[in-house]
Design a protein around this ligand. Structure first.
Ligand SMILES: Cc1ncc(COP(=O)(O)O)c(C=O)c1O
Length: 391
């Protein structure tokens, strides 16, 4: 039932073809090749109880349905549900839990995910253990009789630590836990968690999937029938849906995902190498570098290493000088867009993580994060060189 929409694609269709076409058909009323933005709150019914499958905009919208089908195919899942933000998507996943349940979470998750679990969901008799999921023995030790979910981010934000997805899936299933993977940092071009046994994959579509820094959104992709039924129900019941225009923007974004990711990967690798040899830089975190502690694992489970790089400058003052000295790189939160962004995790993306936790995770005051965009690499290196000269 869920796959009937891959009308034009053969079962052999390769990734780029899937990105471009999956879920999309010419618009039935005009033949428009691009799915229109169905900016409507309701649908007129032919007669009482007779309609075209669309009743109310929160419940069904053709533009959203198209991007959901597209994203499900891109991740290799069965069905996808699109939400108003990446956090709304993670919030929907959390509704699968019941009071008393326990969740094991990668200790270095996105600060907003930590904030949702730690400050909101902990009020509802849910408990969370933050564990270095790159060390599976620690995960095993953290399992309790009431553990229901293993929530993994890999690579993590911002330290880019890698979790072995196949081993995590085996461990989760041995204890009857759902393995949830936040695949935002890698993108489905670089990493496909379902192939390793994940049960649910989530993304902030705000990042690589939309890719153009002009939309906020999130998605959950599922494979199990019971999860699919629940997510569909919750998307309507809670109502944190992705709007039609944002759905259309993400659909436009995924058409070029493979091309953009190739360039993000190339520039990420080149900038990480450049920074690693710079005398002002003390340490570079990038899974593509042979010095990364899980480089071999990253090579096995990722097709490319992405555009995210973190590096240590030693002090807040050095970080400040660099961040204030760049001209082409933009000082901004977020990642995965066409423009190269530079940020300071300790005071920006991870400000909601308590200082001691940040220090323990390596999110020091001297840590800087770059999201490599699509500008000419030489221009990026020139800008970083001039800004590092001032450090
Ligand atoms: C890994 C990761 N997951 C989830 C989110 C939350 O997404 P959003 O900002 O779209 O709510 C972010 C945001 O930066 C993120 O980096």
């Amino acid at each position: 039932m869920y796959r009937s929409w891959i009308v034009k694609l053969t079962s052999r269709a390769r990734f780029s073809t899937v990105c471009l076409h999956a879920g999309q058909e010419p618009d039935p009323s005009t033949g428009a090749i691009v799915t229109p933005i169905y900016q409507t709150s309701t649908y007129v019914q032919d007669e009482l109880g007779v309609h075209k499958g669309y009743e109310y905009g929160r419940t069904q919208n053709p533009t959203r349905l198209t991007v959901e089908r597209n994203l499900a195919a891109i991740e290799g899942g069965t069905a996808a549900y699109a939400f108003a933000s990446g956090m709304a998507a993670i919030g929907a996943i959390a509704t699968m839990l019941r009071a008393g349940d326990h969740v094991i979470v990668s200790d270095n998750v996105y600060g907003g995910t930590f904030r949702l679990f730690d400050q909101v969901l902990s009020r509802y008799q849910l408990s969370f253990s933050y564990v270095d999921t790159s060390v599976l023995d620690r995960v095993e030790e953290a399992v309790r009789p009431n553990t229901r979910m293993l929530f993994v981010e890999t690579p993590t934000n911002p330290i880019l630590s890698i979790t072995d997805l196949r081993a995590a899936a085996d461990l989760a299933h041995a204890h009857d836990l759902r393995l949830v993977v936040d695949n935002t940092f890698a993108s489905p071009y670089n990493q496909r968690p379902f192939e390793f046994g994940a049960d649910l994959v989530t993304h902030s579509t705000t990042k690589y999937l939309n890719g153009h820094s002009d939309s906020i959104g999130g998605v959950v992709i599922a494979v199990r029938e019971d999860d699919i039924e629940w997510l569909k129900f919750v998307q309507n019941a809670e109502g944190a849906i992705l709007g039609p225009f944002d759905s259309w923007l993400v659909l436009r974004g995924t058409k070029t995902l493979p091309l953009r990711m190739q360039r993000h990967n190339e520039s990420g690798m080149a900038l990480a190498t450049f920074l690693a040899s710079h005398p002002k830089v003390r340490h570079v975190y990038y899974p593509g570098l042979p010095t990364h502690p899980q480089h071999d694992l990253a090579r096995r489970q990722m097709r490319g290493f992405g555009g995210m790089i973190a590096f240590e400058l030693g002090s807040l003052e050095s970080a400040r000088r660099l961040l204030n000295g760049v001209r082409l790189l933009s000082l901004a939160e977020s990642l995965g867009g066409v423009e190269t962004l530079i940020s300071h995790p300790a005071t920006m993306t991870h400000a909601s993580v308590p200082a001691e936790r940040r220090t323990a995770l390596g999110i020091t005051d001297g840590l800087v994060r770059i999201s490599a965009g699509l500008e000419d690499l030489e221009d990026l290196k020139e800008d970083l060189t001039q800004a590092l000269d001032g450090v």
